[in-house]
Structure formats: structure tokens, C-alpha cells
Design a protein around this ligand. Sequence first.
Ligand code: SF4
Ligand code: SF4
Length: 111
Amino acid sequence: MDNTKETQPNTKQRKVKGRVEIEIQKCKGCELCTTACKEGALSMSETINAKGYRFIVADNDLCTGCVNCALVCPDAVITVYRTVPGSKKKDTIAPASREELELYLKKAGLP
Ligand code: SF4
Ligand code: SF4
């Protein structure tokens, strides 16, 4: 019997898939978002933006759309999108506050 089951769900197994867009020219590299992201989906760039800051890049394959990064970003430069794999619906822009998020998830019947 194979006991080497994966402990991390891959993107096909997840009910909800996330995607983030970052306005890199407005990012100041404070890294609050990288700390908030429990999926390790955010990291610092090797290059700098027009303001001279290293900025955040996202690995959207790891993103679950939890919105933590957008909620902590002091400059509101992150937009989070959520989709349900297999659904024909387009991406939904995630709400900007925790209260809105909880209401949205409840209405959508999402975890
Ligand atoms: S939405 Fe959640 S999982 Fe996706 S990058 Fe932001 S903090 Fe990480
Ligand atoms: S929290 Fe916002 S400003 Fe700070 S590094 Fe992340 S995206 Fe950039």
C-alpha cells in the first residue's frame, strides 16, 4: 500500500482557485503581503520598479484566493480574483474587506 499521499492539495483538487494582480509600479516592497500569504505564493522580484523598490511577484498556481494579501497591503495594490475550477463563470473580483468576503462566500456557498 502506498502511504505517500500528497498533503498539499493541487490546483485541480481545490474547490476555489485564486489569482492575484499586483500594480507593481505602486508596490513599495514592504513585504506585509508575503508574510500574510500562508501559501507561499508571493515573493520579491529581483528587479526594481520605477520608484526604485523591489516589488512583489505572484505564483498564481499556489494562490487560493484567500484575500489575506489584499487586506494587509497598505497601498491597496493587490486585486484578488477567485474562480471555481470547471465553472463557466468568469473570475470574480474578491471583496476588499473581511466582512464583505465572508458575506460573499456565504452567498456563493463557497468555503
Ligand atoms: S489571495 Fe491568499 S493565497 Fe493568494 S496570494 Fe494572496 S494571500 Fe496568498
Ligand atoms: S503589502 Fe502591498 S506595498 Fe507591501 S510589498 Fe505587498 S504589494 Fe507591495
